[in-house]
Design a protein around this ligand. Structure first.
Ligand code: NAD
Length: 272
């Protein structure tokens, strides 16, 4: 089973399936990331605010793989929107790495209103070789249009909340129309989807679990996906999604779960 590779708008490639580590403490993080790498994951999604960059970095060094075989993402917090390069240098120090594969603005923070400056800082980071690719997270149509108006670099990805209860069709289409890949955070709806009847039915039909059905739905839609788990059996299960595909009717059935329900913050109002 191999993870499809997504070619980004800057020519770099990124695994379509990665491993998220929000709410995993730094010490535990080293062990679970090592497990994930052992099971085949090569892309890890962390952030300054998760407080576990050090744990991720330790796993990168301990896993025995050459650095270039791994794809490490971290994110800029709002307290460094006015100096993104410093923010990244601090993250790199915690990670113990000399570059990241992807650096994202974590939230636009409309109240602070420094996201265009932050984006200019990310462009500088990419030019300096500290980040191979740069992108954003939780950006809306308006905030992306500001980046288009004031800079000439289009984000490679926009990482947004996306799962069957919140399918984000408009935002996915907007991203795609600008060559931006959509990356789904909370792809499993933070685990809240597991008892949905439709998913249980499809799980029986395909001989898979509800989590695998949801992750396969993301893959078929073309989303980059970064499920999180600290349980080794689930980390392995979430990787085993490349030996089957959902037919069109079943994709439509999953689409009926969309009720526009956010589980996390709203980028229009979040002041973090
Ligand atoms: P998720 O949708 O990946 O759900 C994780 C939870 O689902 C687990 O804690 C567990 O309870 C359950 N789960 C996982 N695998 C399962 C399985 N096989 N069977 C049953 N239950 C299972 O939620 P998440 O952690 O919020 O999102 C994933 C990643 O996205 C994060 O770790 C983080 O890296 C990223 N993220 C980014 C942002 C952002 O603002 N950019 C926000 C939230 C999350």
């Amino acid at each position: 089973m191999s993870v499809p590779s997504i070619t980004l708008n800057d020519g770099n490639t990124m695994p379509q399936l990665g491993f998220g580590v929000w709410q995993v403490d730094s010490e535990t993080c080293t062990d679970v990331v090592l497990k994930a790498i052992e099971f085949g994951y090569r892309s890890i999604d962390t952030a300054m605010i998760y407080g576990n960059e050090q744990g991720v970095g330790n796993a990168v060094r301990e896993c025995g793989l050459p650095r270039e075989e791994l794809f490490i993402t971290t994110k800029l917090w709002s307290d460094r929107h006015d100096n993104a390069r410093l923010g990244l240098e601090e993250s790199l120090q915690r990670l113990g790495l000399d570059y990241v594969d992807m650096f994202l603005i974590h939230w636009p923070n409309l109240k602070l209103n420094k996201y265009v400056d932050a984006w200019k800082g990310l462009i500088e980071c990419q030019e300096a070789g500290l980040a191979k690719s740069i992108g954003v997270s939780n950006f809306t149509k308006n905030t992306l249009e500001d980046l288009f108006a004031y800079t000439n670099v289009i984000p490679a990805v926009n990482q947004i909340e996306l799962h069957p209860l919140f399918a984000q069709e408009e935002m996915r289409a907007f991203n795609a129309s600008h060559g931006i890949h959509t990356e789904a955070w909370s792809p499993l709806g933070q685990g809240s989807l597991m008892n949905e009847e439709v998913l249980g039915m499809l799980a029986s039909k395909y001989g898979k679990t509800s989590a695998q059905i949801v992750l396969r739905w993301h893959i078929e839609l073309g989303n980059i996906v970064i499920p999180k788990s600290v349980t080794p059996a689930r980390i392995a299960e979430n990787f085993e999604i490349f030996d089957f595909s959902l037919d069109e009717d079943d994709m439509q059935l999953i689409a009926t779960l969309n009720v526009g329900k956010r589980l996390g913050g709203n980028p229009e109002t979040a002041d973090w």
